[in-house]
Design a protein around this ligand. Structure first.
Ligand SMILES: CC(C)[C@@H]1NC(=O)[C@@H]2CCCN2C(=O)C/N=C(\N[C@H](C(=O)N[C@@H](Cc2ccccc2)C(=O)N[C@H](CC(=O)O)C2=N[C@H](C(=O)O)CS2)C(C)C)[C@H](C(C)C)NC1=O
Length: 261
């Protein structure tokens, strides 16, 4: 396959955080890719996602504290509003008529929240994250953050994802994580990440993707009703196992012209 030319970029978020990412040129509509909590832009290359978006211009950022982006240090500076600001900083740096956002897991939630905040987003596709309120289990999240920043942090993540049948690109992403920063990002989830996504704007298209056997399917169905989102199911026993099929799903979804009903 043709090697992709990836042009690195740097943008500054609203709170001054320096963000890095890459642009993959393309003649078609612009896609903005938002990775999950324990990830960075490497997942787009390794998952085959990039190849499935052939023809689109692709902008992929490392969220604060991940990849090459600035380590912000505190949980508060990892609040979801700052992640939304990170994405909007990329839109500001690359002015286009419209953008399609594709988000993976927590990145999907960020994509949906960005659409709700920003009319420039014509379409937001959330892979394996729904739009409903989530009651964050404080103790479990704190225990997870402590595990991640502890001596067995990398093993904690690797073992969980391996046991859950995650693809290689997801477990490899954990090997690259800056663990103290990932612990801060985990603690930062308490600042707003549980909020339900507000109704989107007229003309915006929202797509929710999950496994057809996802035990939490009801939350995705709720998004269909409450937000008029489209639901796209992939054949998999769980959200994590669906990760093996998300690039393929992206190819199917990206192929659909935005005007399609
Ligand atoms: C390692 C494993 C145990 C896992 N930890 C993660 O993965 C990442 C890395 C570290 C923190 N992490 C969270 O996610 C926070 N921790 C959790 N949160 C739950 C969850 O549902 N999280 C969502 C995302 C989300 C968040 C906030 C609000 C909405 C949605 C999610 O998508 N999780 C899947 C894993 C799965 O579905 O089993 C993935 N997330 C990865 C990513 O985003 O990079 C790729 S896979 C509940 C309590 C919100 C739980 C809980 C035990 C504490 N631990 C996990 O989930």
């Amino acid at each position: 396959m043709r090697a992709d030319t990836l042009d690195p970029f740097t943008v500054v978020s609203a709170d001054g955080a320096l963000l890095r990412g890459f642009r993959r040129p393309g003649p078609g509509p612009t896609a903005v890719l938002v990775h999950g909590v324990a990830m960075d832009t490497g997942v787009w290359l390794e998952s085959g996602f990039l190849g499935e978006l052939a023809g689109m211009e692709v902008l992929a950022l490392d969220l604060r504290g991940r990849g090459g982006s600035e380590r912000v240090g505190s949980a508060r500076r990892h609040a979801v509003e700052h992640c939304v600001a990170d994405v909007r900083a990329v839109l500001d740096a690359f002015p286009r008529e419209r953008y399609s956002l594709f988000g993976l897991y927590f990145g999907g939630r960020i994509a949906l929240l960005t659409a709700a905040a920003d009319a420039r987003v014509a379409r937001a596709v959330s892979f394996c994250a729904h739009a409903e309120e989530v009651a964050l289990p404080e103790e479990a999240v704190e225990a997870e953050a402590a595990a991640i920043e502890g001596p067995g942090g990398r093993a904690y993540l690797r073992d969980h994802f391996t046991a859950a049948g995650a693809p290689r690109w997801m477990t490899d992403a954990c090997e690259r994580a800056d663990l103290p920063e990932l612990a801060a990002a985990t603690r930062g989830l308490r600042y707003g990440s549980g909020q339900a996504v507000p109704p989107c704007r007229p003309g915006q298209e929202l797509v929710l993707v999950t496994a057809d056997q996802d035990p939490g399917l009801a939350d995705f169905r709720a998004g269909e009703r409450r937000l008029g989102a489209r639901l796209h199911l992939v054949g998999a026993p769980s959200r994590i196992r669906a990760a093996h099929r998300l690039a393929e799903a992206a190819g199917q979804l990206a192929g659909v012209p935005e005007e399609a009903g």
